[in-house]
Design a protein around this ligand. Structure first.
Ligand SMILES: Cc1cc2nc3c(=O)[nH]c(=O)nc-3n(C[C@H](O)[C@H](O)[C@H](O)COP(=O)(O)O)c2cc1C
Ligand code: SF4
Ligand code: SF4
Length: 365
């Protein structure tokens, strides 16, 4: 059994689920007599937080986004200092919900393994991974789980956590679990049938998701959302009537939507459909390129999967950027704002946040 002398527990969290998991882990360490610090990734300074001493354990809890860790978490892992032999435990949360009496589990997929692989290259010693079903938080797209269901899912996750952590501390390392087999099967299926899915989520999906957000007319311009955005993706624009503007580094963690004190953040589905159509229109750029290179002698050699995709992106991103700017301007016009608000599910739905979690917990402030 490996002895841990100290633990650094990092977390990234949009709506609190991963914070809760990190807090459970911190408490489990303290109960075992291991001093532990709980630090949000946004405030982390790994070169200072993680000492090179042996017996050091680093844990990281974060939400799954598109089968991967959020981009901010991947960047955080890439920035980690080299630490030979420091143990690393990966704790992703995934989204699940009850349909009738049946709990539909989420799948962390590559999020279960990618962080350990990245840190292996930095000299860390991955000692385990365990993903946990927490209440799904995508209130931008569908109704949230009821508070009764949320409490039931979290309580179930806590029981699973207690079982995992007891085994983990007994052995000092724990990989062979049914849960990891489930995630490995998902990872294999995704990589085999949709190998581009993770890349597409990172380069297109996350931008797309973040670009459907807007402030409805309930917004008072209080700035809470901008001050607490973990990605620093929100800026308040407008002197007389300040309103949040969603920048391109938004990763759709949904903190702004779920913690706005006036329930003023919307995610427009009609706008999402329009953006989708724009994406298809951009793909037409690639098709034209493919046709032209087929017609012009000597250019066939430059036509290939990647060059066509490159042309698509060259067309897609500027179109997308211009479209969002237009969207933002339109949402400041009352009739359009009202129309978009009333066609926006989050305008009517209850917000989601992890049970007994406050904004202060998430920002570490
Ligand atoms: C943009 C986005 C993508 C998501 N993708 C997945 C996914 O691929 N698999 C999954 O099980 N849950 C997915 N979820 C659900 C969250 O991972 C889950 O609810 C998580 O516990 C939220 O954690 P947080 O409250 O710490 O942000 C996604 C949520 C969002 C907002
Ligand atoms: S969207 Fe909500 S949190 Fe953000 S400025 Fe408006 S009222 Fe405040
Ligand atoms: S803008 Fe909102 S959804 Fe996007 S990263 Fe910031 S808090 Fe999360």
């Amino acid at each position: 059994m490996r002895k841990f002398s100290r633990a650094t527990v990092y977390f990234a969290s949009g709506t609190g689920n991963s914070y809760l998991l990190a807090a459970w882990f911190r408490d489990a360490c303290v109960t075992k007599g291991i001093p532990a610090a709980l630090i949000p990734v946004t405030r982390a300074d790994p070169s200072r937080d993680i000492t090179p001493a042996s017996g050091e354990l680093v844990a990281l809890a974060f939400p799954t986004h598109g089968g991967l860790p959020p981009w901010s978490v991947i960047k955080f892992l890439l920035r980690m200092p080299r630490r030979r032999g420091t143990s690393f435990l990966c704790l992703p949360t995934r989204g699940s919900l009850y349909i009738g009496p049946v709990l539909v589990p989420g799948a962390a997929i590559l999020a279960s393994f990618l962080p350990s692989i990245l840190l292996l290259f930095k000299g860390f010693r991955p000692v385990g991974a365990a993903s946990f079903d927490m209440p799904v938080n995508m209130t931008s797209m569908h109704p949230t789980v009821t508070s009764r269901h949320a409490a039931r899912i979290s309580a179930r996750a806590k029981r699973k956590f207690d079982r995992y952590i007891a085994r983990f501390f007994r052995a000092g390392s724990l990989w062979l679990t049914r849960n990891n087999l489930y995630e490995a099967v998902w990872s294999f299926l995704i990589l085999y049938f949709f190998p581009l899915f993770p890349l597409l989520y990172l380069v297109v999906g996350r931008f797309f998701m973040g670009k459907i957000m807007f402030a409805t007319d309930r917004c008072t311009g209080c700035g809470t959302c901008a001050a607490s955005c973990p990605a620093g993706a929100l800026v308040m624009k407008g002197k007389k009537r300040p309103r949040p503007f969603w920048r391109y580094n938004c990763e759709h963690c949904l903190r702004c939507l779920n913690f706005c004190p006036h329930r003023a953040v919307g995610a427009s589905l009609p706008w999402a459909a329009f953006l989708w159509w724009l994406g298809t229109a951009a793909a037409a750029g690639g098709a034209v390129f493919a046709k032209l290179t087929a017609l012009i002698p000597g250019l066939e050699s430059v036509r290939g999967y990647w060059t066509v995709e490159l042309v698509n992106s060259v067309v897609y991103y500027p179109v997308f950027i211009a479209a969002y700017f237009l969207f933002y301007c339109l949402t400041r016009w009352k009739p359009v704002n009202v129309l978009l608000s009333w066609t926006c599910p989050s305008f009517f739905l209850v917000q989601y946040r992890a049970p007994e979690t406050s904004l202060k917990d998430l920002t570490g402030g």
